[in-house]
Design a binder for this molecule. Structure first.
Ligand code: NAP
Length: 280
């Protein structure tokens, strides 16, 4: 049995892929109603909250591997690691980002702390330090549909964005056969590094209408997120990350996805084509 700790973008897709392969898979969710489709696909859906140790302990029972993916609240993920140690879990695939203890972005510092706790736990583990998700563009999609444009403080910075469906596929693959991946850190990306102006050009081609990229300052970027309901602290953190993109912080591409999956990583064009309706 493989446990996936949440049913967000990565977790739900990983669960679906495993169920399709007839691998027993369990997913922890706060609201099972939202996961009804997963249950229909053959996923064991258990109600629980990562903030409740008893829920976590119940979820890890009888599990051989865990895909640890969540908003990465350190106390919650470290509790999953501790629970996994006590339950005798064999391997943890940790979904993380460009983590480092001295990053200016709190989320990356939190991820570094969780990675350290996992490494120190003695569990078999694999870190997936993913580049930025293509699916972040889905937050811009309603504005693109309305105005044929989008703004960002990424400047000319290029980003090796990865499709969360590929992150999920990599996590599922490793969870099924972890031996070759124990102790390894991968850096999943898509096949190319694109600036947001490049992304606008791809969207223009795929959507068949001109999509324009508007450069924003850090303050404008933060305000734009707050205006659509993102909490101030999260907006500041996201705007910080986008400003780092402008400095080339995420301009890297690896062949980890094709090496692990034996097929090409999805391109941004593929992502845009598959989400045409959201941008239209
Ligand atoms: N966005 C990026 O560009 C990027 C890049 C690299 C790495 N990452 C990493 O990816 C991870 C996020 O993965 P994702 O995009 O798949 O997540 P996501 O789509 O944002 O989904 C988060 C899920 O976590 C669930 N959840 C939140 N708190 C919970 C709790 N206390 N107990 C149980 N479930 C809980 C949510 O459920 P509800 O429906 O109940 O709220 C939701 O299903 C983070 O660790 C992030 O650092 C992100």
């Amino acid at each position: 049995m493989i446990l996936i700790t949440t049913a967000g973008k990565v977790g739900a897709e990983a669960a679906r892929l495993l169920a399709r392969r007839e691998v027993p898979v369990r997913v922890l969710v706060r609201d099972p109603v939202k996961a009804a489709a997963l249950e229909r696909d053959g996923v064991e859906v258990v109600r629980g909250d990562l903030a409740e140790r008893a829920d976590v302990d119940a979820a890890v029972k009888g599990v051989s591997a865990v895909v640890l993916v969540s908003p990465a609240v350190p106390a919650q993920e470290v509790a999953v690691v501790d629970s996994a140690v006590h339950a005798g879990v064999g391997h943890v695939v940790k979904i993380t980002s460009k983590a480092s203890a001295d990053s200016p972005i709190p989320r990356r510092r939190h991820q570094a702390g969780i990675e350290d706790a996992l490494t120190a736990s003695g569990l078999g583990c694999t870190l997936l330090r993913n580049n930025a998700y293509m699916q972040n563009f889905l937050m811009l999609a309603p504005g693109i549909a309305r105005t044929d444009g989008f703004g960002s403080s990424t400047g000319d910075g290029r980003v090796g964005m990865v499709d969360t469906r590929d992150v999920a596929a990599v996590a599922a693959e490793i969870a099924v056969a972890p031996a070759a991946h124990a102790g390894k850190t991968y850096w999943p990306t898509g096949p190319e590094s694109l600036s947001y102006a490049d992304a606008a050009a791809v969207l223009t081609r795929v959507l068949g209408r001109t999509i324009t990229f508007h450069p924003l300052t850090f303050e404008e970027q933060k305000r734009a997120m707050v205006d659509v309901g993102v909490p101030e602290a999260v907006a500041a953190m996201n705007a910080q990350a986008l400003s780092l993109f402008a400095e080339g912080d995420s301009d890297w591409v690896t062949d980890d996805v094709p090496a692990i999956l034996g097929r090409r990583a999805r391109s941004f064009e593929r992502f845009a084509t598959d989400h045409l309706a959201a941008f239209s």
